[in-house]
Design a protein around this ligand. Structure first.
Ligand code: CU
Length: 109
């Protein structure tokens, strides 16, 4: 009985450290918010709601520059987007781990 307060304090410390560990692991596994990328549209696959894009490196995702298909969210209009357009886009991570374009704009500069 005499030692009980001290044992409680140790449990509290271990609990706090565990909570911190779990919280930091969650942050690393799940990038917060949208990630911006830039690239050139190679093909618009409107019926599949996809675009094929050659994008620059995206350091936030540890992606090198590459050419790939990206899904496009229903809310994003593909009207007026065509092969050769230089675009800026924002990606959101889906529950299944794939990335979907949440916003898409033709670069103006
Ligand atoms: Cu890629």
């Amino acid at each position: 009985m005499f030692q009980q307060p001290r044992i409680r304090a140790q449990f509290f410390t271990i609990g706090a450290l565990l909570a911190l560990f779990v919280a930091s692991a969650a942050v690393q596994a799940e990038p917060v918010g949208l990630v911006t990328g830039e690239g050139t549209i190679n093909k618009v696959l409107a019926s599949e709601r996809k675009v094929n894009v050659s994008h620059a490196a995206i350091p936030a995702l540890k992606w090198p520059a590459m050419t790939m298909d990206l899904g496009v969210a229903e809310a994003v209009s593909l009207d007026g987007i065509e092969a050769g357009d230089e675009v800026t886009f924002q990606l959101r991570k889906e529950a299944n781990g794939s990335y979907v374009i949440e916003s898409l704009a033709v670069s103006t500069d």
